[in-house]
Write a protein that binds this ligand. Structure first.
Ligand SMILES: N[C@@H](CCC(=O)N[C@@H](CS)C(=O)NCC(=O)O)C(=O)O
Length: 486
């Protein structure tokens, strides 16, 4: 990085040439004063408007960099709003560390420049430029802003990168298997775990906001404001309560403004990010922080007057470029003559003469090439001593099977009039096996013994029928409950 003096004189030279740039120059850095000298309109025309614009942009950027470097020496490279940048700004606000956001940051442009890649070779945003060198990875930067310990944070940059990428992106090969259903199910698992942790706590640790809350609150921000509607989050009441407690802390509000929960789920872009509808834009939470966030009030006012308001970037555009939607391996199977939804409709709509209509209909539709039938038997029936606990256990299992809804139909019976209750089920899966992603993602699977139904065996077919029909007595016992997954 060239010394500040060299930057100053380079900027001065350019600034005195350009009236276009005088607004930027007026933001006085160390020793830099605005200049009334100008680059006349004709000169600008002569150089071509493109060049003039580039010059203007460059000067604005240079001037702000000099201001930044000379004034606070900690410059955050990011557009706003960006939940990862919020982490730093909130942490800095809590600990009184002065951080300034770089001007005119353009996602996909500014983070591809050689200067940026020198600071963070991964090209990810945000990066904090400090007098002791750059710190990248939002959690490491936030820690720096919270503790002002650059050494620790710089060590944590690569560590944090490898930890987060091994979990979620480049390194984790299983991510290539991810589909929407899996993403939702792992999100639910995460929120469930968080909700359990928060059941008896206001904050993640102790009795006040810590760095953990800043990071977690910001990580929840995109979800709550963009996709997770109330009907989804109400399943996780402690997370809800926690999120609103955190984002309504005065220091958070100062940085991120008022937070509003998503009212509907936006359409998933297929390969290109879809333009967001205008109406949604209007309702978007406007961040309080602007590029001049950490400046003294005077300069802030001036910057507001002089400079065109930066285009507020869409948070989703700031995330990794959207990947083409991955196909579930079950979608790649040869087509089947059995249409699962038709069977589900027949099951739901048959109100009388069930055996004649639904059961016969099922066997007419059933395609042993495209589907398989499975009996499952709970391995630990001895533990089913309390009826409502057993019923909850089965409900939880069915909830976790949500990820396979497009590819499965199931019946779960809770059997017996006295404890211990037996839990047995019947499942119809697309494909000839219990789908691997279900085995991987739904831990209940291993709590059951799975046996493939031999559909050539009349006794087994009758058992299938009895389970679909909730026939009582089932294997000589009354049913406490029968739940359907469709
Ligand atoms: N683990 C990183 C993630 C950073 C990240 O994904 N940043 C997004 C913006 S929020 C980005 O740089 N996207 C552009 C790209 O991937 O090229 C962190 O916490 O800083």
């Amino acid at each position: 990085m060239p010394p500040i003096r060299a930057l100053e004189s380079a900027a001065l030279r350019l600034i005195t040439e350009s009236e276009e740039a005088s607004s930027a120059a007026r933001i006085s850095g160390r020793g830099i004063k605005s200049s009334s000298s100008s680059l006349s309109a004709s000169v600008i025309q002569e150089r071509g408007s493109k060049q003039a614009m580039a010059l203007k942009e460059h000067l604005g950027y240079l001037a702000s960099r000099i201001t930044n470097l000379s004034k606070c020496l900690k410059v955050l490279h990011s557009g706003l709003p960006n939940k990862n940048a919020f982490k730093t700004l909130i942490a800095a606000e809590y600990s009184g560390v002065e951080v300034q956001v770089v001007k005119n940051f353009q996602m996909g442009v500014s983070n591809k420049t050689p200067e940026f890649l020198k600071m963070n070779p991964i090209g990810k945003v945000p990066v904090l430029e400090t007098p002791e060198g750059p710190v990248f990875e939002s959690n490491a930067i936030a820690r720096y802003a919270f503790q002002d310990n650059v050494k620790l944070s710089k060590v944590q940059s690569p560590l944090s990168f490898f930890l987060s990428t091994s979990n979620s992106s480049h390194i984790n090969a299983s991510r290539f298997m991810f589909t929407e259903e899996l993403a939702i199910s792992s999100l639910k698992r995460g929120l469930e775990a968080l909700s359990t942790h928060l059941a008896s706590k206001t904050y993640l640790v102790g009795h006040t906001v810590t760095l953990a809350d800043i990071i977690t609150g910001c990580n929840l921000y995109n979800g709550f404001t963009r996709i997770l509607t109330k009907s989804f989050t109400s399943e996780f009441p402690h997370v809800e309560r926690y999120f609103w407690t955190i984002v309504n802390q005065p220091t958070f509000r100062k940085i991120i403004g008022e937070v509003k929960q998503a009212e509907s789920i936006p359409a998933v872009p297929s390969s290109k990010p879809a333009a967001r509808p205008k109406e949604t834009k209007k309702e978007e939470p406007k961040p309080k922080v602007e590029e001049t966030a950490a400046k003294p009030k005077e300069a802030k006012k001036e910057a507001k007057k002089e400079e065109p308001k930066p285009k507020v970037e869409e948070t989703f555009e700031e995330e990794e470029a959207p990947k083409p939607k991955l196909k579930n391996p079950l979608d790649l199977l040869p087509p089947s003559k059995m249409i699962l939804d038709e069977w589900k409709r027949l099951y739901s709509n048959t109100k009388s003469n069930f055996h004649e209509v639904a059961i016969k209909g099922f066997w007419n539709m059933y395609d042993p090439e495209g589907y398989s039938l499975w009996f499952c038997d709970y391995k630990y029936n001895d533990e089913n001593t309390v009826s409502f606990v057993t019923l909850n256990k089965v409900s939880g299992f069915l909830q976790r099977m949500d990820l396979v809804r497009k590819y499965a139909f199931g019946k779960m019976l809770v059997i017996g009039s006295d404890p211990p209750y037996k839990v047995k089920g019947l499942w119809l899966f697309r494909g000839k096996e219990v789908p691997q992603f279900v085995i991987d993602e739904c831990y209940d699977i291993e709590l059951y013994e799975w046996t493939k139904v031999n559909t050539d065996d009349e006794v087994q077919r009758e058992r299938v029928n009895a389970m679909i029909e909730d026939l009582e007595p089932f294997e000589g016992e009354a049913l406490l409950d029968a739940k359907c997954f469709k």
